[in-house]
Design a protein around this ligand. Structure first.
Ligand code: NAI
Length: 246
């Protein structure tokens, strides 16, 4: 259980982030639902959590903006006094073949997925070090491990997240902070709803467990990493992908 814990989940207005926010709140944590542009959706997640008896707050911040992240965590600490759990979930895709990819599409994916993760760790860990306690969970992807045609930007960002996870785990371990990553396979969310049925069917054929993943599959793994039971695990990458990449 996560009673008395304060958790920040980035990009939590929908999809995997929303599933994680709901699971953490159900386990007793106070959840800060971070969003960038979708205030209404974030407020709806907050309402859903509160109606189920949980505690949540929606707070805006573009994770790609270093200064905004500093101000965001300052506000979180002013209002809630601590940050126990950080889930770096916010992420975007700008897919395309490398030969035709613009510099902007490459950079924007790195800025949100990789630099955004750095920014949030940078400011949350300062507080976690004072507390001598913290759980950081970064959202990577099986694509960051195995690569994928049409996703050089995304794969680079998610592979970078793995390297960052391991380095941060080594830097922060002595202060009681664990840093782990989750590598989801194909999860049914708005991000993947844009893919064609042909792509979905082909992907399904590569999943030994024979089904696409759901947000709750990832939320369960995140809740484990956030729990006291995972206190001796750091610098690891947990694949939650139905066996897609072994
Ligand atoms: P999604 O697109 O449904 O949700 C992503 C969330 O991040 C959205 O709420 C979006 O508003 C937010 N966001 C985007 N840019 C932001 C920014 N600059 N600042 C703050 N928030 C921002 O995607 P989904 O599927 O829920 O993905 C969540 C995470 O899991 C992402 O990091 C994604 O790369 C990763 N992932 C997803 C997989 C899938 O199959 N759906 C597979 C592997 C990894």
């Amino acid at each position: 259980m996560l009673n008395e814990k304060v958790a920040v989940v980035t990009g939590a207005s929908r999809g995997i982030g929303k599933a994680i926010a709901k699971e953490f709140a159900a386990q007793g944590a106070t959840v800060i639902i971070n969003y960038n542009g979708s205030a209404e959706k974030a407020e709806a997640v907050k309402k859903e959590i509160e109606e189920a008896g949980g505690k949540a707050e929606a707070m805006q911040c573009n994770v790609a903006d270093f200064d905004a992240c500093e101000a965001f965590f300052k506000k979180v600490i002013e209002e809630f006094g601590r940050v126990d759990i950080l889930v770096n979930n916010a992420g975007i895709t700008k897919d395309g073949l490398m030969m035709r990819m613009s510099e902007e599409d490459f950079s924007s994916v790195i800025d949100v997925n990789l630099k955004g993760t750095f920014h949030c760790i940078r400011f949350a860990s300062r507080q976690m070090m004072k507390q001598r306690y913290g759980r950081i969970i970064n959202m990577s992807s099986v694509v960051g491990v195995a690569g994928n045609a049409g996703q050089v930007n995304y794969a680079a960002s998610k592979a970078g997240v793995i390297g960052m996870t391991k380095s941060a785990a080594k830097e922060l371990a002595s202060r009681g902070i664990t840093v782990n990553a989750i590598a989801p396979g194909f999860i049914e969310t708005d991000m993947t709803s844009v893919l064609s049925d042909k792509v979905k069917e082909a992907t399904l054929g590569q999943i030994p467990l024979g089904r696409l993943g759901q947000g709750r599959d990832i939320a369960a793994a995140a809740a484990f990493f956030a729990s006291d039971a995972a206190g001796y695990i750091t610098g690891q990458v947990l694949h939650v992908d139905g066996g897609m990449v072994m």
